[in-house]
Design a binder for this molecule. Sequence first.
Ligand code: TPP
Length: 633
Amino acid sequence: MDDNSTLLSQIVQPTDLHRFSLKELQEVAREVRAAILDRVSKTGGHFSSNLGTVELTVALYAAYHIPPDKVIWDTGHQAYPHKMLTGRLDRFDTLRKHGGLSGFLRREEHELDLFGAGHAGTAISAALGFAVARDRLGTEEKVVAVTGDAAIASGMSWEALNHGGDMRTDMTVVLNDNRMSIAPNVGALTTYLQRLRARPTLQGLAQRAKSVVERLPSPMTRVAAGLRHGITHYFAPEETGTIFEEMGWEYIGPVDGHDLPTLLEIFRNVRELSGPTFVHALTVKGKGYDVAEEDARKWHGVVPFDVGACEMAKAVGPVTYTQAFGEAAIECAEEDERIVAITAAMPDGTGLTKFSKQIPERYYDVGIAEQHAVTFAAGLAAGGLRPLCAIYSTFLQRGFDQVLHDVCIQNLPVRFFMDRAGLVGDDGPTHHGAFDLSYMMCLPNMVVAAPRDTTELRQMVHFAAGYDEGPIAVRYPRGASDDRLPESRTPVALGRSEVLREGDDILVVALGSMVSVAWEAAQILAAEGIEATVLNARFAKPLDGDAILRHASACGRVLTIEENVRTGGFGQQVLDLLTTEGLGAIPCRVLALPDRFVEHGTQPILRSECGLDAQSVVTAARSLVGQRLPRKA
Ligand SMILES: Cc1ncc(C[n+]2csc(CCOP(=O)(O)OP(=O)(O)O)c2C)c(N)n1
């Protein structure tokens, strides 16, 4: 596929497609699909969603004039064809690698990544913004939002449809309906879209209209042929209006999203329309690669794989935090009938798939609806149940007001499990869980804990499940834990830390994923004659004030380390404690994520770049130990 003679390799911008014939465009689509297979099988990344958007993207980009026309993609994980048709094919070997192409959309990466994405449900709102800006600024380009059948179920998509349908703004929404979220899609809207899917496709109608036209006497033929286009593209006569039409959007569909000639004709016609238009395209996730079509869930995101063998390497290795949570959640539910589990469209990612199979009656997948998930959990708690609300750190950002207003003010016993806390790696800035300590610790009533490893996570899940006093959040990173830490275990108790090692020279207070880093640094320091006390904080809120103050005064120097932004984070709470309690003169250093968005790359690269590795702790500790101690009063 590196052959410069391919049509795809000649395309540097979407308008290059305009010079191709239909047959050549079909060849371009074939080449895009082959390139996805070739590149993603080597780099890993999002796979089946991208195989589903090939024809859609080629047809859109051939029918519209981009630029100045604008296509805004939702989430961005299905926009690899877009990247390939905007001159980035030759950089695909760097996909999701440090310094390479992002797996999502970034305005910094390309001028046709018009609106950054990574979280679902933003495209229709953003496109409406572009359309209104166009109208106010007096330009005439067309604006299209492409969204998925799971993303469109999110609240924000409906807020935007509601607004756009009422404003009558000229824009188009293309619904890429493959019936899948990452897992099978859920919800009443899915059932409704299913009913729309069952209607004859426009291609089917076109076929029917064609046969009617052909059977008409010849004088009628020309008139009828002229009408055929209108008949087939603007209504399905036997049906009532769709919900989209009721909301002010011209509904066009359903249309086979892999039928390039029809898609082209439809998009060329839609481009000539004005007002809010909604195109419903039916696609197949994983299209063109059999095993991915059969199991789009497994092939949603892939590690490098052997194309011929159609098989991904099985992940072998220690238990991940996600698995540990999933297993502990089941144990807790078996012990307490009141326990229910909630996910927002991430059963596999949060580890709840096993729970959903074993205890289906107490499992709720609410779709991409994090805000609802939180308030639903609050309602369940107020109603007497004990919800485990498992949402990635980054996606829970969506539900901040719900955590504050519905959970914390009412002090309800909702248990949050924030997977992917800290640096997640290849997904980059939209997905790093860099803020949850700050946004959870600032809330009255909220308890915040972070385990040092998967065994401690299990302990914390059990602790949280039995904590009836109010809300509690447990945050843990992507992947598996470091098992080099000492095996001795003490029970988890509210606001109590654990001393892993004692030394006189410096106190290192570490939280969660950073405990093993602190431990490793302490071994290096010991070899240099610097003895550190390593405290596994366990709770960021409430802090174990007694232990921190006691060891801080004994050691005379304090270093904190956490995988969260510095501002409003764990270290700042420790500094505040020391100052308030009269130990403000002790030399301290806070190691935390910087006040900037961290790019994508592997977790070890990013952690070391951000100064959150053992070497950085060693350097900081050496410098603190080298500082003169404050004179004793
Ligand atoms: C707010 C938010 N929650 C969850 C996710 C995780 N996520 C990424 S893609 C995806 C499924 C998207 O499905 P759909 O919109 O139908 O697109 P498809 O992949 O099927 O093309 C989910 C849940 C996310 N990106 N953003």
